[in-house]
Structures are given as structure tokens and as C-alpha cells.
Design a protein. Sequence first.
Length: 400
Amino acid sequence: MTSHSRDSTPPRRGPRPLSAIRTLLASEAAGGLILMGAAALALVVANGPFAETYAQALHAALGPMSVQHWINDGLMAAFFLLVGLEIKREALDGRLRTWPDRMLPGFAALGGMAVPAGVYALANLGSPTLRGWAIPAATDIAFALGVLALLGSRAPVSLKIFLSAVAIIDDLGAVLVIALFYSSGLDLTMLGLAALVVAGLYGLNRTGVTWLPAYLMLGLVLWVLVLRSGIHATIAGVLLALTIPIRVSPGRPEDVQSPLHRLEHALAPWTTYLVVPVFGFANAGVNLTGLSADALLQPVTLGIAAGLFVGKQAGVFASLRLAVALRLGQRPAGAGWGQVYGVAVLCGIGFTMSLFIGGLAFADPQHETTVKLGVLAGSALSGLAGAAILLLARPRVARA
């Protein structure tokens, strides 16, 4: 992550294919633009002549769950599987491989989760809506990279890599938050069976099994068990990812035949161009008819919007400055502090994960509109302000 960490790394033997989080930065950015389009389309449909059809289609029963639940619990499991694969790869052989690499984005991600949660909590103290404290704590990597893509050379590559690293650690934090705080009515029998399946997956890994279908079939069983256990089903995707082998032979952690490598690159286009946009379309539609300015001042809406726009930039930038001052990391190469601040503001784009956590925090439809308004307002402000700052900021001038 820091400028010196790569220079001091001894060369490795053999080819070293890059992971999806690096090779797909461009496609992630393109996916962010598609996600923006999907969100805009959802708003148009939800406020047009097909608004009722849109709502009915999402709540229509499809087997044991509604269409929207299949999207949020089923399709998004693939998204969380990819998140888990990227976390594992980056931690073992990528941008987060060593502690010096982890320190700067780690500090930024931690501050970027804690401060927004605190801002939301202040706006909702003493209310049952305090349950939504984690909604503004996550960053949407696809959306943020989409904004950076629109800026072209105004954003150095080092900033895009830094943003990706922060988002990976941020995603890990969000997964832990979902597992620990947004699970209820736990079924110990289902949890026990799920643990047995995870043990089986771990056993396959330890015995050197590299046949992906074996992992995926057990992963499907794990998804069903976790769904019925009371823990959110998407956690199954992360658990499965952590058991996928990253090595085929010693000394070649990124062999192109690695099961993790193959699955990651097979999943990335589907999640980027289908799963996440479909989720955005299904969850961003909010009917604005009859809404007054007071709706933006509701504690939930205000807490989310302020958490994303104010809390995120404050938490990320202050933590980053502190880490650099303590010499725990270096500023991204070639980037001035103004550009770094612009990226900190972009971290307030919390669209996908914020909407996802919002759906878990408030299952009742009473807060559905306030959550969506807060996420859309905070994300839009962060995107526009961050882009403006990056357009105006000066790059870092190299010293002779």
C-alpha cells in the first residue's frame, strides 16, 4: 500500500497474475457507472406510471421467499463470496499481505466505520432506531471507483489502489457487523450443521482437494443451513470463500490454476455487471410523491446522510493523517493531501452495503423510505463533493 512496501519486496519466481481487485479496477469502475444507472432507473420507475408494478413485482412470492428476498439473500451471496475471495487473496498475497501494507488503509477503514456510526447514534439516541447505527459505516467500492473513473487522470492510480484497500477492510468490518449484530432468533441445530459443513470444507482444503464443484456443492448446502439458522444467508458466501484453496503448489500462491483464482475471475463479471446492479435496482427505488422537506430531517434519514457525508470523510481523513504522523504508513504515492481528502469524501458513498444493512436493521416497511432517502442523500453529496475536490486539488509535487 505504501510506496516503500512494494519496492522492498524481493522478486518472486514465475508468473504472478494479479487478483480481481487489481486487474478489474477498470471494470469495477465501469460497474459503478452501471450501478449509478440502475439506481437512477429505480428512482424513475418508482416515481412513474409503473411504480405499483415495480413494488408488486419485488414483493411477489417466488417459492419460499419474495423476489426481493431472493435478490438480497440469494444473489447477494455471490457478491459476498467474491468479497470473501478478495479479502483472502489480498491478505495472503496482495495489497494487504504485510502489516505495513495493512496499517494505513486499516486505520482509515476503522475510523471510517466508527465515526459515521457515532454520528448516526447521536441523531438517534434514546430511540429504537438506534439499531441502524451501522448503516452509514460501509463504503461502496464500485460506486466510488465509478466516480474516480469519470475523473480520469485527476486521480492517481495510487489513490484508486488505496480506496480499494480501504474498501476491502471496510467490507470485512461490515461482514463482522452483520454476523454479530444483525442476526436474531438463532437456531442452534442449523448452526451446528452449518459448522459441520464448514469443517468439511476446511477438510477438503487441508487434504489438497482443488475440484471447485465439490466446494460449490457444499457451499450451497451451507447457504441453506445459514439461511435457516438466523444468521444472514450472505455470511455463507464469506465462509465458503475462506475455505477455497489459494495454492495449487508450494511457492506459487497465484497460480492461474488456483481454485480461488479461477472462481474469483469467473464471479467478478457476474457480480459487477449483474448482481450488484440488480440489487441496486431492487433497493434504490423510493417513491418521492408527497414527501416534504421534513422527511430529510427525520432522525434515521439525518443520521444516515450525516454519517455518510460528514462522518465518513472525518473518520477516514483524520485516521489517515494520524497514521502518517505516527509513521505507521505513507501517503499514497504522487497524491497531494487535497486529493487524499477528496478520496476520503468519496468513501461516504455507501450505496450497496448501506442499503443492504438498512434492510437488515429495519425489516418493517415503516423505515424503508427514510433509510433509502438517507443513503441516497449521503451518497450523492459524498460523490459530488468528492469529485469536485479532486477536480480542484493539486497533485503532490515530487521533491528534487
